[in-house]
Design a protein around this ligand. Structure first.
Ligand code: C6P
Length: 412
């Protein structure tokens, strides 16, 4: 495993090497999207310069090369998450599309009246709205697992909500607001006992920690390329082969069929059954290159680096009396995300003032309005790390935070 060498890494990221508003850029919003290394940009440029073609369509070299590159990326994804077969990897546009596919195909086919769909209260809207529609149309019931005062789902809460009527449990591996790492193995164990299917939203987990879908034993696991150094517009849906084979297709059209007659059609085997229309081959190539980059560094090194930055940041933030931190503070049950509020200051003002100091963070409801309501907050500010962040970023952030209230006329 290559040792994480931060100095070398930063040179790989052109977007990070710039000044913003007269300050060096401290990019602390990787939970929203990550910056791309030149290795990923070059891989996509090379594909576009010499291999661009419509995959699976032509008998000529460009189409064959595009097919090979696309298949190679699928193989890389399979190995990255340790799926059993490449057929279990479906390319989508992003996490949102993957979740909509599962809800509209698996959910609409197999959820029946009176069934229960279990979510956590910290879900991103992408893992709530598709299930609301399934529940409405099928006469099923949505139930929520709530968080304790440390932002975690307890064993008692899982036992309270997952029961004999549970058909689906859909949950994020890591909360995009609080950074909580949810206990997927424990949830899967409970789901197995009652015969429920588990859908895991891995958008925030896959980029930052080793995910082994066989070890987790979840039925579906989804994520986005742009949150793991890849481009936007490419996402992944992993599903167990038997489930995918039993599901009806979601989008209908070219490249997902076997035979089409005037009145009917039969469908291609998985994964193609779920990949209608011309696919984002350039995106898949970029995702493959991003996986290679992450593997060169090593996910253990990435997690270790982020946890050191978390410790460094929490030590300093907890010392500031007017800063409140939401969610877990112990590093074991948390990823590199901190949600916080500043007394007397709206979170949007916090991020606008920080931008003036070159610090990029996100403020708002983070597409998790039910969680905000549960916490009794309209919004939070959030910083999130990735492998390219440094203590210098944190120092710049802390200096800027200490100026926020002064900007608004408070003494300190
Ligand atoms: N969260 C954030 O700033 P897409 O947009 O489809 O790539 O990802 C949606 C999504 C689903 N689940 C989780 C846990 C997520 O964090 C996100 C995206 C971004 O938190 C944008 S709202």
């Amino acid at each position: 495993m290559v040792k994480l060498d931060i100095e070398g890494i930063i040179d790989d990221f052109p977007t990070l090497n710039q000044d913003v508003n007269g300050h060096r850029l401290a990019y602390l919003d990787s939970a929203a999207t990550t910056q791309r290394p030149i290795q990923v940009l070059d891989a996509m440029a090379k594909y576009n310069k010499i291999s661009n073609g419509n995959p699976h369509r032509g008998a000529y070299q460009l189409s064959i090369r595009a097919t090979e590159e696309y298949d190679f990326s699928r193989q890389r994804v399979k190995e990255f998450i340790n799926a059993r077969e490449v057929k279990e990897i479906i390319f989508t546009r992003n996490t949102t599309e993957s979740l909509n596919l599962i809800a509209n195909s698996y959910g609409m086919e197999f959820v029946k009246e009176g069934d229960e769909i279990v979510l956590s209260i910290s879900e991103h809207h992408s893992n709530i709205l598709p299930w609301q529609r399934v529940a409405r149309q099928k006469g099923a019931v949505l139930k929520y697992m709530y968080l304790d005062d440390k932002g975690r789902i307890t064993d008692e809460e899982m036992d309270r909500v997952i029961g004999s009527k549970t058909k689906i449990v859909a949950i994020a591996h890591m909360s995009n607001v609080l950074g909580t790492i949810h206990p997927i193995r424990e949830i899967v164990e409970r789901a197995r006992r009652v015969g429920a299917t588990v859908v895991v939203d891995g958008a925030q987990a896959v980029p930052h920690m080793k995910v082994d879908v066989r070890e987790l034993d979840a039925d579906f696991y989804v994520f986005s390329g742009h949150k793991m150094l890849g481009p936007m517009g490419i996402g992944v849906l992993y599903g167990k082969r038997k489930l995918l084979e039993d599901m009806p297709p979601y989008l209908l059209g070219g490249d997902m069929i076997e035979y089409v007659t005037e009145q009917d059609a039969t469908f291609a085997p998985i994964p193609h059954k779920f990949e209608a229309g011309t696919q984002n081959v350039e995106g898949a190539v970029g995702l493959g290159a991003a996986i290679e980059y992450i593997e060169d560094i090593g996910l253990d090194s990435i997690r270790d680096h982020e946890m050191k930055l978390m410790e460094y940041t929490l030590d300093r933030l907890l010392d500031i009396p007017y800063v409140g931190i939401q969610g877990p503070k112990d590093l074991k049950s948390k990823g590199g995300i901190i949600s916080f509020t500043i007394d007397g200051v709206h979170p949007h003002d916090v991020s606008t003032i920080l931008d003036a100091y070159g610090v990029a963070i996100r403020s708002g409801h983070h597409c998790a309005q039910p969680l905000m309501k549960y916490m009794g907050l309209p919004a939070t500010s959030r910083l999130s790390f990735y492998l390219y962040n440094t203590k210098e970023d944190v120092d710049q952030f802390i200096r800027a935070i200490k100026n926020v209230r002064k900007w608004l006329g408070y003494g300190a």
